[in-house]
Design a protein around this ligand. Structure first.
Ligand code: HEM
Length: 312
């Protein structure tokens, strides 16, 4: 039986889209770089060595990197970007890769925070106190000297943060890799919750990034770094002492205190404060945060320097 021409067109379009989806979205995976850097070089241990050297000199690198990763991932995605995604644009217009397509899709954990520039994300008020760029530069330089053009800056942020958390006694989680670096960094895209944000609104902001209220509560453990904790031995550790503190009404930011009292989060806070699986759950939340609107596959690029997009 002959197919009608409109049915044939729909089928063809369907096949094209299925095909393009496969091309466009490489998935993140644990161990993505295995065998990709001169076959035998362990990319993760190159990063770990750099982070360890820094950590020995300055253990506050842990809060710095945690914050950097969070700020990199929480960038606005325009409604247009959601509507016309990679499948429909990048693949059809492969020649525009690096221009239109990437301008539109570079918005999540894509190392956009690392790009220098007059109006780049670094210049947005909440990012002015972000630290740790030197460690990322050092890890990138080490990797570029061994296997140029292989490891993305976005993955270096994720690996370095994991290593710093682990060095601080926060447990070691398996980090997913395979991100590409974005081309766009605009201060106006920065979409971070402010310190006075009502808790429900913060929960909504995290939800838009695919993170639920429980993930948010775990991620907010970072406040050890803001020195809530009076115990010098644990003030730099990523652990559940933050939750013990806020249950004693010792939160510094309003949002921290609200976590312990708001019905959306107080049960989770009480569970974490008394439980002993904080490290594993925190790691899971970090991995989830690391998936926010990533570029993978043939999206984005591997930058030569984390501070600038590659020259074309
Ligand atoms: C509602 C969400 C959040 C709010 C309102 C918030 C707000 C803040 C504020 C006001 C500071 C102090 C900044 C300064 O001293 O200049 C801070 C620091 C910090 N934040 Fe956040 N934050 C949030 C979520 C997060 C998340 C999810 C993470 C980590 C995954 C994080 C990690 C950190 C760290 C580690 C610091 C200390 C940085 C350092 O010592 O250099 N924050 N945050």
């Amino acid at each position: 039986m002959m197919m009608s021409s409109s049915a044939a067109l729909v089928l063809a379009l369907g096949l094209i889209l299925v095909n393009f989806t496969g091309h466009c979205h490489g998935a993140l995976q644990v161990g993505f770089y295995r065998g990709k850097c001169r076959l035998l070089v362990d990319v993760e241990s190159v990063v770990a060595t750099v982070v360890k050297a820094k950590f020995i000199m300055d253990p506050t690198i842990t809060p710095a990197l945690l914050r950097m990763q969070f700020h990199d991932c929480f960038v606005n995605v325009s409604p247009l970007t959601n509507l016309i995604n990679c499948t429909t644009i990048c693949s059809f217009m492969n020649k525009l890769k690096g221009t239109l397509c990437n301008v539109m899709i570079s918005k999540g954990c894509d190392a956009s925070i690392l790009l220098d520039g007059r109006a780049s994300e670094k210049t947005a008020p909440p990012n002015l106190s972000v630290r740790g760029y030197d460690v990322i530069d050092a890890a990138k330089a080490a990797l570029e000297s061994i296997c140029p053009g292989v490891v993305s800056c976005a993955d270096i942020i994720a690996m370095a943060t994991r290593d710093a958390v682990s060095l601080s006694g926060g447990g070691r989680y398996n980090v997913e890799t395979g991100r590409k670096d974005g081309f766009v960094s605009l201060a106006t895209n920065v979409n971070l919750p402010g310190p006075d944000i009502p808790l429900a609104q913060s929960v909504a902001t995290f939800a838009k990034k695919g993170l639920n209220a429980t993930d948010m509560v775990y991620l907010l453990a970072r406040d050890n770094a803001v020195n809530l904790d009076q115990d010098p031995a644990s003030s730099l550790r990523v652990d559940n002492s933050f939750f013990k503190q806020i249950m004693m009404r010792r939160g510094i930011l309003q949002i921290d205190q609200d976590l312990a009292t708001n019905s959306l989060t107080k049960a989770t806070v009480a569970k974490i404060a008394t439980g002993n699986d904080f490290n594993a759950k925190f790691g899971e939340a970090m991995v989830k945060m690391g998936r926010v609107q990533v570029l993978t596959g043939n999206q984005g690029e591997i930058r030569k320097s984390c501070r600038a997009v590659n020259k074309r």
